[in-house]
Design a protein around this ligand. Structure first.
Ligand code: PLP
Length: 322
């Protein structure tokens, strides 16, 4: 289609636009939106804003592995529901949602379906037609593209209000001179990700499974968060009880290993992760959780070194009163 990809300055902007643009363009039909409790703050805080503007938002629960409950989704639908926005895959625990089923439910009820695919886009195959996706957010820097460029896919024919008013750029919907170098870089990153996707999925998934098995075998108290198979190839999230994740991250960093305690994009926040709380982890357990994101260039040797380093640090942390 001629106009289905609209470039933005970030995934956050794409999420804001999807929600606010649909809410405004469809307010004659209704004011109800359905999302989940484990969305990125780009969605959750936009929903809070819309609530202040008079919209009603239902936040669906997830099960212990982070998957929404389809029955709860069906029950949440009201005659005035205008949008369902559920992320493709979670940024903290990597859980992949049943997107095709969610899309079918939305389609059957004539409700628009948006998915925040920032973590999934470029990592796993996505079929917007098969999954009845009407809007999809993505961000270049998640697939080795430049920072500062994102996109919103808007299915041809979907009515949406402009996000930035001004000139005629992006089909009059997102004004402002385009970030051409960023867009070119994004295009190249998508091309490479697409070309290498089958190979990368196999390689990174095998390394992820190896890492998980190795950690669980070497650190008997460790527990995997999220789903064992419905999970992004590059994501690992583990809990090591009684360990302060912040101290662990700093000590790993000193050894040249970059990890995160929750969402990498909000790693300056020290509040317990809303995602780990939603899957039922108590605050102290959530604060003992570590997130690893693997890249296509990581190797088994690096993982072996990581596990040795992790064990060394844990032996220091366990001895030390926290
Ligand atoms: N949505 C999800 C699921 C994310 O993981 C992120 C960032 O990591 C965003 C949205 C925000 O994207 P951006 O950093 O491009 O604003």
């Amino acid at each position: 289609m001629e106009y289905e990809i609209y470039f933005t300055a970030s995934g956050t902007e794409a999420d804001n636009w999807a929600l606010r643009g649909i809410a405004n363009a469809h307010k004659h039909k209704g004011h109800h939106i359905i999302t989940s409790k484990i969305e990125h703050h780009a969605i959750l805080n936009t929903c809070r804003y819309l609530e202040q503007q008079g919209y009603q938002v239902t936040y669906l629960d997830v099960d212990a592995s982070g998957i929404i409950k389809l029955d709860q989704l069906r029950k949440a639908i009201q005659p005035d529901t205008i949008l369902i926005s559920i992320m493709y895959a979670n940024n903290e625990i990597g859980t992949i949602q049943p997107i095709k089923e969610i899309g079918q439910i939305a389609h059957q009820h004539n409700i628009l379906f948006h998915t925040d695919a920032v973590q999934a886009f470029g990592q796993i195959p996505i079929d917007t037609n098969e999954c009845h996706i009407d809007l999809l957010s993505a961000s270049a820097h998640k697939l080795y593209g430049p920072k500062g460029v994102g996109m919103l896919y808007i299915r041809d024919g979907v009515k949406i209000s402009p996000f930035i008013h001004g000139g005629a750029q992006e089909n009059h919907l997102r004004a402002g001179t385009e970030n051409v170098p960023g867009i070119v870089g994004f295009g190249k990153a998508v091309e490479l990700a697409h070309e290498k996707m089958p190979e990368n999925i196999l390689k990174v998934t095998a390394l992820r499974n190896y890492t998980i098995q190795h950690i669980l075998a070497e650190i008997p108290d460790a527990k995997l968060n999220g789903h064992t198979t419905k999970r992004l190839p590059n994501n690992i999230n583990i809990t090591i009880p009684f360990i302060d994740a912040q101290s662990l991250i700093i000590m790993l960093n000193e050894k040249g290993i970059c990890t995160s305690s929750g969402s990498a994009c909000s790693s300056t926040m020290l509040t317990p992760s809303h995602v780990l709380s939603a899957i039922g982890l108590q605050q102290d357990i959530a604060n003992s959780s570590l997130r690893l994101t693997l890249g296509t260039k990581n190797t088994k040797a690096e993982i072996n070194k990581f596990v040795v380093t992790l064990k060394e640090i844990l032996s220091i942390l366990i001895k030390r009163p926290q």
